[in-house]
Design a protein around this ligand. Sequence first.
Ligand SMILES: [Zn+2]
Length: 99
Amino acid sequence: MDENKKIMPRNVLEEMVDLRVDELMAKSGICCCMHCRADVVTYALNHLPPKYTISRGGEIFTRFHINQVQFQADVTAAILTAIEKVGTRAHHDRVEKKD
Ligand SMILES: [Zn+2]
């Protein structure tokens, strides 16, 4: 079996959040460092019900709910809530200090 064509379950939310987070963070004006971005992505994913689908070789081919307006709105709302939470108590300073 071709390893590159491995069929795997995959949470489509991960891709959705990843696609939208940079734009929404930039618009909100909060710190966009990798720590804050990771905090926002983690918070958003933890507050959205996972939507698993089958992917082959990393490529998701079941996109039925990705294009639904309500689904997009839920993802955007979760990211905005995450930005609000992370923006008011950014962890980046604590994480970057290593002495
Ligand atoms: Zn930051």
